[in-house]
Design a binder for this molecule. Structure first.
Ligand code: HEC
Length: 92
């Protein structure tokens, strides 16, 4: 995915996160805005959420539980997952 790039923006683009989420003013609004997700979750929690979306459901979004794809863990390698989790955790 994304040619193995560890550029978080390239990963987000390739994974299609913004088809559901907003980030820094771009993307859709059906899922929680990730612009300040780092103030709600640390990198560990974000990593877990990406690997296993049903592990913890965002507050107020319980009705949308199960919509987030469960396949990201198989699409990205460990370095990409780490880069993405760190990037989002820094969005305070
Ligand atoms: C098909 C729509 C969809 C896509 C694509 C998607 N998500 Fe989600 N995501 C959701 C929904 C709906 C929720 C809220 C319900 C829940 O927690 O499962 C959510 C919740 C989250 C949360 C928790 C937010 C919070 O405020 O606690 C994070 C973090 C997250 N997604 C990251 C990602 C990342 C990173 C990607 C891309 C790799 C992604 N999502 C792709 C639908 C999606």
């Amino acid at each position: 995915m994304a040619g193995g790039s560890t550029d978080p923006k390239a990963i987000i683009q390739a994974a299609g996160c913004l088809a559901c989420h907003k980030l820094d003013g771009q993307g859709q609004t059906i899922a929680p805005d990730l612009t300040h997700v780092g103030s709600r979750r640390d990198d560990e929690s974000i990593r877990k959420k990406i690997l296993d979306p049903m592990s913890s459901i965002a507050k107020g979004y319980e009705k949308l539980a199960g919509i987030m794809p469960k396949t990201f863990g198989t699409m990205m390698n460990a370095a990409q997952l780490e880069a993405l989790a760190q990037f989002l955790a820094a969005h305070k």
